[in-house]
Design a protein around this ligand. Structure first.
Ligand code: C6P
Length: 419
């Protein structure tokens, strides 16, 4: 499949027919003697052949360490690694590659900001505002730094649909608030949060905003300048790239102020036993040998997604979400958790009489891969007074037929349980 060479209509047709599945070798297998129906892209998306090929080519032809050698291979590796940084900057419309820090993933990006920006700027009595629908990655690092400093973690609540209670935002944003950290899209509920509006209201009070883009990066066009956020984080593996690579975008003026978080090779200017001076961002935050092949794989994934077009992927996934919501609602005893007006490619649900974990196992036997559990969002489960949900999450390769397979498997599960 030559992504991007087709007209808009043809690309939409290809998305609808599942033609892009052919680009993903892993999707060509059977599980439980049934064709694999992969509905767990929210946890991690699958990788197209072009990503696997880019990494293989790098290891077969160009591998060496980056920023360290004058020999040909080191220069090629450095060029490919820095080219990947440029692809990321273009993909999220960062003003410069200097604003793009390679990290292991969203979790590491948030820990970096909490431990560098947070620990250096927060004082006892200051406040960090998060929301009630955050992933643990956007809760625990803030909790840890607040505990250490004597700052206070505050939480913007949600309503019964799983939407942020924006009516309470002004009351929670105070002269003590220093940082707001908010998910762009909730992984457990699918809610799309109005982050641009949150940024605007926080900035009016001079408060810095971090957006956790782990779930938005594969589903929506991200423009960090239009969002005007101060930090934006995402993981490569959720946008059809490899694991072990992610991105922290930071506003350059803030990155410049921030002390390094980890020390080591490549992040320094001059080292003596008396004193070390540090490199400018982004290298200041990339101590040690980075995940070079993974950065290159991420660059290939962003090329792949861009060639198809995020607008088309978003339109396709919107249709999938609407179809899934309608079809799932027709299953007796099924309750969707997270009914926000504005949602993205995630449906969390409960099926009366069957625990989500049992459901996950039964569906797996039918070849249908979903995630069951608390989705690393325990406070969301606590809010709805439930231990877990079953969650189907979609990617560009999914089709209405995949959703039909999910619904058929749910009916089978009900029968097995005598419901
Ligand atoms: N959510 C899910 O199944 P890492 O693990 O660093 O790549 O991403 C962490 C993370 C942070 N924020 C959000 C909103 C996320 O969804 C995730 C990862 C996966 O929902 C694994 S728990």
């Amino acid at each position: 499949m030559q992504a991007g060479t087709a007209s808009l209509v043809t690309t939409m047709d290809r998305l609808a027919s599942g033609a892009f599945k052919a680009d993903f070798p892993i999707l060509q297998q059977q599980v439980g003697n049934k064709p694999l129906v992969y509905l767990d892209s929210g946890a991690s998306s699958q990788k197209p052949q072009v990503v696997i090929d880019a990494m293989t080519k790098y290891y077969c032809h160009d591998h060496s360490n980056v920023h360290r050698g004058v020999h040909t291979l080191s220069q090629r590796a450095t060029h490919a690694y820095e080219q990947a940084r440029q692809k990321v900057a273009d993909f999220i419309n960062a003003p410069s590659t200097d604003d793009v820090v390679f990290v292991r993933g969203t979790t590491e990006a948030i820990n970096l900001v909490a431990n560098s920006y947070g620990a250096s700027q927060l004082q006892a009595g200051d406040e960090v505002l998060i929301t009630a629908l955050e992933h643990h990655a956007n809760i625990v690092p803030w909790q840890m730094v607040c505990e250490r400093i004597g700052a206070r973690l505050r939480v913007l609540p949600i309503n019964d649909c799983g939407e942020l209670r924006l009516d309470q935002l002004d009351a929670l944003l105070s002269s003590r608030t220093r940082i707001v950290a908010v998910a762009h899209i909730s992984n457990a509920l699918g809610t799309v949060n109005p982050v641009a509006q949150i940024v605007e209201r926080a900035h009016a009070l001079g408060v810095v905003v971090l957006v956790d883009g782990a779930q938005s990066i594969p589903h929506a066009k991200i423009d960090v300048q239009a969002l005007d956020c101060d930090f934006f984080c995402f993981s490569g593996h959720k946008v059809y790239g490899p694991t072990g690579i992610g991105v922290l975008y930071g506003r350059q003026s803030l990155l410049q102020q921030m002390p390094p978080w980890q020390g080591g090779g490549d992040m320094i200017r001059v080292v003596t036993f008396e004193k070390t001076t540090y490199a400018d961002p982004p290298l200041r935050f990339e101590a040690g040998t980075p995940d070079i092949a993974e950065a290159i794989g991420l660059g290939a994934a962003l090329d792949y997604v861009s060639a198809i077009g995020l607008d088309k992927i978003a339109a396709h996934e919107k249709a999938l979400l609407e179809y899934a919501t309608a079809q799932l609602s027709s299953v007796p005893g099924l309750r969707i958790i997270g009914t926000a007006a504005h949602k993205a490619a995630v449906v969390s649900f409960l099926l009366k009489g069957i625990h989500p974990h049992d459901l996950g196992t039964i569906l797996d036997a039918e070849g249908v891969a979903i995630r069951a559990g608390h989705h690393c969002a325990m406070p969301v489960m606590q809010f709805f007074s439930i231990p877990a949900t079953a969650r189907a999450s979609f990617g560009l390769y999914n089709t209405m037929t995949d959703i039909d397979a999910l619904v058929a498997a749910l009916h089978k599960a009900r029968k097995l349980f005598g419901l």
